[in-house]
Design a binder for this molecule. Structure first.
Ligand SMILES: [Zn+2]
Length: 603
């Protein structure tokens, strides 16, 4: 207990601190730097956004404004400046101020005593893709990275965005809404990580843990009300299953943006954001809740893994250049693993299907020749060479990391005698890194696993993460009483995906250096026939024909821009490692305990 003198000194200290605190916020609030944006649809015909940035309370002689060169999650430099027209800086009265471009996409403005400037430009939005912006007569879409300028040293300043759009259009945004057309962001990173869609679309609202969730589907009518209701139910189950790992959902609202159409660049598929994701799904017969829930489950887990639990090299994001990290095998691979695990935990996939996904990941890694010389850590760093094609380097850190996710989960359960598992690693990364405002390193992760298991995992990481050794599958899956069997099978590849649309089958993705790429096929080409078998009416025969021509080629007829064309498409051989897992008939009680801990549903 303090004596009297000390007590009065302490009271004095408290008193003066209170006085200072009471005065300071009022002074700061008045002068706080912030940017008010307006985003208007200047022309649907010319596909132009008009963007103004009203920069207020400037109190510095030099202000650097920059536009991102890439969109987090899609690891490709796009240089959005390419789409900007009529960039202009003025003072409050409209007099021009000439900015100097000091780096690619970075302007230096010298306000010369002005506390307020206005920046405006037009943005050509003519590509519908995950990391691009698009305006049509029916809708407008952008992410934020394309339109919003970052002010150096003011990354944590708040901003507001007001939208102006054609009459009758509605709006859905991951940003926080304050009135019909005004939204806010607490900081720049939230601002550019929150997609917005305006126009005609279908909207389904549902609640999880009393938080609003919005399913936005475009074009209107493409995804029926029944399908949307069913899908919302499935999404809610996934949200609950994932939320249970982390003690709840760390956002105020969540938005699922769906485009049931073909992406207009190779940035198709789906992309995660802070409290939303954007996905392209093939229109037609595959646009069902059951077909699209796998991707949704993957993207949803990202709201923790990579958006919040983030490699140190990307904390904070450097929007001006590539952000290489050796940890994408965790960010993407564990997200694959948890995408499957959540579907199982949510009761949407069977236990058999989950086990098959684990075996498929082993096949994916072990069937690849490149696994012998590209480690998961190295394939993570190299993604910037070509994120658009996972086959660019022969092996994908998505599959490598999914495989390691299962192996680490089982090892941790085994080594901690069932006390811990990978969930605990993720929860610790969330609590001790994200919630403390920082990213994590490989060493941080090993430290967490070592503490949980009281073992040393450096050797595991040296062999299987930074190294290319084949993991001891029999041993680790044996912990849970599984046999690992393999029957390698020769299969074929033509290097492209085929998507069914109401107009018939079309080419989806074309993988680089593949047969389809070599003969110049492109996404969107309409497939007509193969060696005379019609793709629309005889598709099983057409596919069987391709399969029987391994090592040879087929005559492929297709239509591009309405014109008939043909190519001789080579059919390459590919080896499927054919891994399967089966339950050991004589599993020991210890093995059954590990299996039960691994496949337990609920807490
Ligand atoms: Zn992903």
């Amino acid at each position: 207990m303090p004596n009297r003198t000390n007590l009065s000194r302490i009271l004095n200290l408290i008193f003066s601190t209170v006085v200072i605190l009471a005065i300071a916020p009022a002074v700061v609030a008045q002068k706080k730097f912030h940017i008010d944006y307006t985003v208007s649809i200047a022309s649907t015909e010319a596909q132009l956004f008009h963007v103004t940035a009203d920069v207020q309370n400037i109190n510095e002689p030099r202000l650097e404004l920059s536009l991102p060169t890439w969109t987090p999650g899609w690891y490709t430099v796009e240089n959005y400046l390419k789409n900007i027209l009529r960039f202009k800086v003025t003072d409050a009265k409209g007099a021009r101020i000439e900015p100097t471009m000091i780096r690619k996409q970075t302007w230096l403005v010298e306000p010369k005593g002005l506390d307020r400037i206005r920046v405006e430009f037009d943005y050509r939005a003519d590509v519908l893709a995950l990391n691009q912006a698009k305006i049509t007569g029916d809708f407008a879409f952008f992410t934020g990275t394309e339109l919003f300028l970052m002010a150096a040293n003011h990354r944590n300043s708040p901003s507001t965005v007001r939208f102006e759009m054609p009459a009758g259009w509605r709006i859905a945004s991951a940003l926080k809404q304050t009135d019909t057309t005004t939204f806010t962001a607490p900081d720049y990173d939230t601002l550019v990580d929150s997609p917005t869609e305006m126009g005609n679309f279908d909207l389904t609202e549902f609640e999880v843990d009393k938080k609003p969730h919005y399913l936005v589907t475009n074009p209107a009518g493409a995804f029926s009300k029944d399908k949307a209701a069913k899908f919302a139910e499935m999404l809610a189950k996934v949200a609950k299953a994932d939320g249970a790992i982390f003690g709840g959902l760390p956002y105020e609202k969540y938005v699922y943006f769906y485009f049931f159409t073909q992406a207009e660049s190779n940035a198709g598929g789906a992309l995660e954001h802070n409290n939303s994701f954007v996905a392209f799904a093939p229109p037609g017969q595959f646009a069902t809740p059951e077909m699209i829930i796998d991707t949704a489950s993957h993207e949803f887990f990202h709201l923790w893994n990579v958006k919040r639990i983030r490699p140190a090299e990307m904390w904070p994001y450097d929007y001006s250049r590539e952000n290489e990290t050796p940890l994408l095998w965790v960010s993407e691979g564990f997200t694959n693993y948890y995408g499957n695990l959540a579907l199982y935990r949510a009761g949407l996939h069977t236990r058999e299907r989950f086990i098959a996904s684990v075996a498929d990941a082993i096949s994916g890694v072990e069937g690849s020749e490149a696994r012998a010389y590209i480690s998961p850590a190295n394939s993570s760093v190299s993604t910037w060479v070509g994120y658009d094609t996972p086959l660019a380097f022969g092996i994908s850190y998505y599959t490598q990391g999914q495989n390691l996710g299962a192996l680490l989960d089982l090892s941790i359960i085994h080594d901690s005698a069932g006390a811990s598992r990978l969930d605990d690693v993720m929860r610790t990364l969330f609590r001790d890194f994200y919630q403390k405002g920082k990213g994590f390193t490989t060493e941080d992760m090993i430290g967490i696993i070592n503490r949980l298991t009281k073992r040393d995992y450096h050797d595991f990481y040296r062999r299987y993460v930074s190294g290319v050794e084949v993991p001891p599958y029999e041993t680790i899956l044996g912990y849970a009483g599984y046999n690992v069997e393999t029957t390698p099978q020769e299969s074929f590849t033509i290097g492209m995906s085929i998507e069914n649309t109401p107009q018939g089958p079309i080419v989806g993705r074309v993988f680089r250096h593949s047969p389809a790429a070599r003969v110049g096929l492109r996404g969107g080409d309409h497939l007509v026939s193969v060696d005379g078998y019609d793709f629309k009416t005889e598709s099983p025969k057409a596919l069987a024909r391709i399969e029987e021509r391994i090592g040879k080629s087929v005559r492929l007829a297709f239509k591009r821009d309405g014109r008939d064309q043909t190519v001789d498409l080579p059919v390459d051989a590919q080896t499927d490692a054919g891994y399967r897992l089966s339950e050991k008939p004589n599993a020991t009680p210890d093995q059954l305990k590990v299996r039960e801990a691994w496949l337990k549903v609920g807490r």
